[in-house]
Design a protein. Structure first.
Length: 413
């Protein structure tokens, strides 16, 4: 194992022993091999930069490095945005540890030296975020390398295997070149991604969201405070924002659009699919801090003459997310709310049983203009999971779910 702090400023020599300069950075080419060091940047005596390829490196230790070619065969360094530079892009940068679901800052990088076909290869093993690495950085250049190892050996070492590192690159074009994606990040629970987003700067948040697919981005954004949601969506293109908002539950989409400037909100709505945009516009029409503003218009209803079999058909044809559906609502021929049947009762009943016979004796509901405090009080009083919202004629407009009430109680909306 060898550390970048031990390699930085390492003297480098040609095959004839001629001095080339000092190692100033190490590069990886993700398009070829994301673990192997592809090249070494050397600063010559006249401050000019040279590039030694991994095939040209004959040997490497904490004392010096030597190439297998003479000085004249070492080419000048040419900047390449497709290369990952350890010092410039990794060291001291914030990264996402996808294994432990947190944001950390890199203090050092660990490498493994491997002899290969007559030359030496360096491979990235892990990034070091522990106290020992921080001390190594502080002592770098002030003491001999073996002395620094002795001093830091009692201190705790914390490393993250390179395979669990998710880099944050702000430039979208460079993210593509470096093949940085959100695949590993997307495997985390949306709540964990939300926690990670809250630890990042606005620019880093934008980079992370742009690397995720629309559905995962929507789920993650739903886990952060509404004001932060609005700021984040404003920072990306209206087209991308519209794609993400389309994947959000309509009530959450309405909340975040309400928080955005009217012109930005209108632009996002204009870029959304017509059906999803209409669902959100419907909710935007309700006064803020009311049951209407808190509800979602994604729910399942059937006629009050329907049977259990009809309810199952309605569930199968429902195009919204099934996770928040706990109750199927019954309406009469005039579309007025007449009953509510918990899913558990439907699952346990015969297919021919009428839903009216399974309905709760009395259905608690609130008008759309009821304020949020009244909504919370009703949830608490009746131990509800969902609460139907109706208009002045008793027509079912939407449903408030317990998670929305919890968000309000925690002052996150």
């Amino acid at each position: 194992m060898i550390y970048f702090t031990e390699l930085e400023n390492l003297p480098m020599y040609g095959v004839k022993g001629e001095y080339l300069g000092r190692l100033c950075d190490i590069c990886v080419d993700p398009s070829q091999n994301s673990l192997r060091v592809a090249s070494y940047v050397v600063r010559g005596p006249k401050k000019n930069l040279f590039c030694i390829t991994h095939e040209q490196l004959q040997s490497l230790s904490v004392r010096a490095g030597q190439t297998s070619v003479p000085r004249e065969e070492v080419r000048r360094y040419a900047p390449d945005e497709g290369l990952l530079h350890v010092k410039k892009d990794v060291l001291d940068q914030q990264i996402i540890d996808v294994n432990n679901r947190k944001v950390v800052r890199v203090n050092d990088v660990d490498f493994d030296i491997q002899p290969t076909d007559g030359h030496t290869e360096l491979r990235i093993v892990a990034v070091n975020v522990g106290f020992a690495a921080a001390v190594r950085r502080l002592l770098q250049g002030l003491a001999a390398k073996h002395t620094i190892r002795l001093i830091t050996s009692p201190f705790p070492t914390t490393t993250i295997p390179w395979e669990f590192v998710n880099l944050i690159e702000l430039d979208p074009a460079r993210r593509v070149k470096l093949r940085i994606s959100g695949d590993r990040l997307a495997q985390l629970h949306p709540a964990d991604i939300g926690d990670i987003l809250e630890e990042l700067s606005p620019g880093e948040q934008k980079a992370v969201i742009e690397s995720l697919d629309d559905e995962t981005a929507a789920q993650a954004i739903s886990e952060i405070p509404t004001r932060m949601q609005a700021a984040l969506l404003e920072s990306i293109s209206p087209e991308k924002a519209a794609d993400i908002v389309e994947e959000m539950p309509p009530d959450e989409a309405a909340d975040v659009l309400q928080e955005m400037p009217p012109e930005t909100s209108a632009e996002v709505l204009a870029d959304m699919e017509q059906e999803e945009a209409e669902d959100v516009r419907e909710l935007l029409g309700f006064e803020e801090n009311t049951a209407g503003a808190l509800m979602t218009n994604e729910f399942v209803l059937v006629g009050d003459a329907a049977t259990v079999e009809g309810a199952i058909v309605a569930l199968k044809n429902f195009e919204g997310p099934l996770e928040p559906i706990h109750v199927i609502y019954l309406v009469n021929s005039e579309a007025a709310l007449t009953g509510a049947v918990p899913l558990a009762r439907i699952l346990l009943a015969e297919s021919s049983v009428r839903l009216k016979d399974l309905s709760e004796e009395s259905v608690v509901s609130l008008p759309s203009h009821a304020d949020k405090k009244e909504v919370v009080d009703v949830f608490h009083k009746y131990n509800l999971v969902t609460l139907p919202v109706v208009d002045e004629k008793g027509h079912l407009l939407g449903v408030v779910t317990f998670d929305d009430v919890l968000e309000f109680m925690l002052n996150r909306k």
